[in-house]
Design a protein around this ligand. Sequence first.
Ligand code: C2E
Ligand code: CA
Ligand code: CA
Length: 386
Amino acid sequence: MPSNALIIDDDYDVQLLGKMLLNQHGYSAVTAGSLGELAREPSLLNAELILLDFGLGDFTGLDIIDYLYDLRLNASILLLSSCSKETADHTIEVGKAKGLRMLGFLPKSRLLTDLKAFLEPLKKIPKAPNSTELSTAIREKQLFLVYQPKQNLQQGIITGVEALVRWQDPERGILYPDAFIPLAEQSDLIVPLTWYVIEHALAQQAEWQSQGLHLNIAINVPAAFVKAEGVLEAFDQLIQQSGVSLTTITLELTETMGIECLSYASYVLNALRQHGCQLALDDFGTGYSSLVQLQRLPFSEIKIDRGFVSLMDQDSVALAIALSIIDLGKRLGMKVVAEGIETEAQYTLLADAGCAMGQGYFIARPLSVTALDAYLSEHSHSRLTA
Ligand code: C2E
Ligand code: CA
Ligand code: CA
């Protein structure tokens, strides 16, 4: 199967020449002349390689980089432009800092002669990762965590973060969880992967506490992990080693279907809860994260799925569902967190409805520790009172 490539450029000549050259190199190439075209036809972005012009209508290369970053693409991006080398270097640097896979700068005047040199190395990159590679990645510590702030919507204070895993693959660049969590779940790797995340999150928590920062850390744990042998003992040991209190940790569970029947897993969750660990039911309102689970496991938090939040300012059904979940949480004495808040309108609707907490790009993106540090210095957040 040929690889897919996309040329983003409003110059028709470049589109034609680029398409022809890419075809010769075994790519099936499509073109887009504007961001509007991309937005109307998202399937265009289903590409492993993007040739990107610096200017596109009113948008600069940096705007486009932001747009591609928002879409969390794994494509390799080659800047193909008549812009200056300084502009190109800066754009590439910004792209790399965001974790995009920037191949370099190809001036348009050299498209015909130099494209090949950029494409050759790409042929050697295997496409999807396999479980052997993931296992190596865990062993060699190629996984790292980013932290997305969770804000108290009533007081406007950041009180916690959700830890989200990333894979810095030496060849492919940064991989997002969708590219390897399903793989981990199909193999037995989900258990060591989850321990890796917990261990790193606890170490980070110890570091923040030593700086006087008081943030709750939420960690995603799949059902398969809770069902594994010796979870409670291993948890106890890690907690003791790190010196972090379980009361500052939230475990987010999605697919808990079946856990309630397994007396062992349900025992584990109850024991963790009794030691002060918070439990959140993630993606509430979808799939298996259903009402009946609230009755069976000791949840303290409900996360409204981002599918409802992202539509609640446009769609009356999504709004009714989100408001009902907030009401349900209040009646059950559980904290409700809205995830995926992207607009001010959504934020205001939720805050006015009395939703306790929120998370989403409108508040902050998932951030590296350094970026979070900078973010917190400009936004109110909870600190330990000495
Ligand atoms: P999730 O637990 O629902 O995590 C929230 C996801 O939504 C994150 O994607 C986050 O970057 C994204 N997000 C946050 N705010 C917004 C927003 O305003 N708009 C949009 N469109 N998206 C937003 P990410 O990091 O790619 O994670 C995807 C999923 O992968 C997570 O969904 C979670 O189920 C899983 N995951 C992430 N980290 C881990 C981990 O350490 N362990 C396990 N087992 N699963 C993880
Ligand atoms: Ca989550
Ligand atoms: Ca979620």
